[in-house]
Ligand binder design. Structure first.
Ligand code: FE
Ligand code: FE
Length: 289
């Protein structure tokens, strides 16, 4: 397996942060603050986000997605316990880096601890804790545009509600006679289980966990970056009744994913035994990535 240089890891980490900051700007917790107040289009960070989406929208084609599914869903990259995976993901960050606000483990713990503090069931807390572990794709050599970013269906027309949708003009699927129709290769209300989503950390972690968590948790994992549906309702024509029921949970989860940043970083060592015990109730000792 290839390994990333320190510089490459830092770049991947920074892109993840930028994407998450961008989502927060688009969907602020306090909606009375308009997007204009939040956004500063002049910053270099804004250009980086633009470039990121340009590449993402150009290369996430239907064929690309099928190829990645074939490559990764066999899940023969690495075997790790939950905690090993958490530590592996955290190798993206060099502890000595002064401008890192929160490492990946802390983001996972802030999400799950906020869920726990609200008294939600164990499976929900665990789902919060592991929801971003699919980002290890970066460490397997995948470019950031194939790991993070909003996800969207492929094989049918791209909605203009997707962020920076203008960049889909350079995606070859936009010229395809079937893929560029509203339903594309799908049937009306066929259910998302029949729909291929752009490749990234959501789909990957869903497959790793699909035998171990309740369906509500699996929906949270699989669709947490599908903002054009859970926030914009742009793909109602593909959703089944069951998807709508389950998306209530995706919506609940999204609040914790986006708005759980606490001023005090969680104490990883103190919390570790609790999460290892939780994992042992639901997951096998070794997970296949
Ligand atoms: Fe995520
Ligand atoms: Fe997250």
């Amino acid at each position: 397996m290839m390994s990333l240089s320190k510089k490459e890891k830092k770049k991947a980490y920074d892109m993840m942060e930028l994407w998450e900051d961008d989502v927060l700007e688009r969907y602020p917790e306090d909606i009375s603050k308009t997007k204009e107040e939040f956004r500063n289009y002049e910053t270099p960070a804004r250009d980086t986000v633009r470039e990121f989406y340009k590449t993402n929208h150009e290369f996430q084609t239907y064929d690309f997605v099928l190829a990645k599914e074939k490559q990764y869903l066999a899940r023969n990259n690495r075997e790790m316990s939950l905690w090993e995976a958490v530590e592996f993901l955290n190798t993206l960050v060099d502890d000595s880096d002064p401008d890192i606000e929160l490492d990946q483990t802390q983001h996972l713990l802030q999400t799950s601890e906020a869920i726990r503090a609200d008294g939600h069931p164990d499976w929900f807390v665990l789902t919060g804790f592991l929801h971003d572990l699919g980002k290890v794709l970066c460490l397997f050599g995948e470019p950031q545009w194939a790991v993070v970013g909003d996800t969207f269906p492929v094989g049918c027309k791209h909605s203009d509600k997707i962020v920076y949708s203008e960049f889909f003009d350079i995606n070859p699927d936009s010229q395809h006679e079937v893929y560029n129709t509203t339903l594309g290769i799908y049937e009306q209300h066929c259910g998302l289980n029949n729909v291929h989503m752009s490749w990234g950390h959501d789909e990957y972690i869903y497959h790793i966990m699909k035998d171990y968590l309740p369906e509500e948790g699996l929906y949270m994992l699989r669709y947490h970056s599908f903002y054009s549906q859970h926030r914009e309702k742009a793909y109602d024509h593909l959703m089944s009744k069951h998807d709508y029921e389950m998306f209530k949970w995706v919506d609940i989860f999204n609040q914790y994913d986006l708005y759980s940043k606490a001023p005090v970083a969680p104490d990883v060592n103190k919390l570790r035994p609790y999460y290892e015990d939780l994992a042992s109730q639901f997951l096998p000792d070794v997970l296949r990535f």
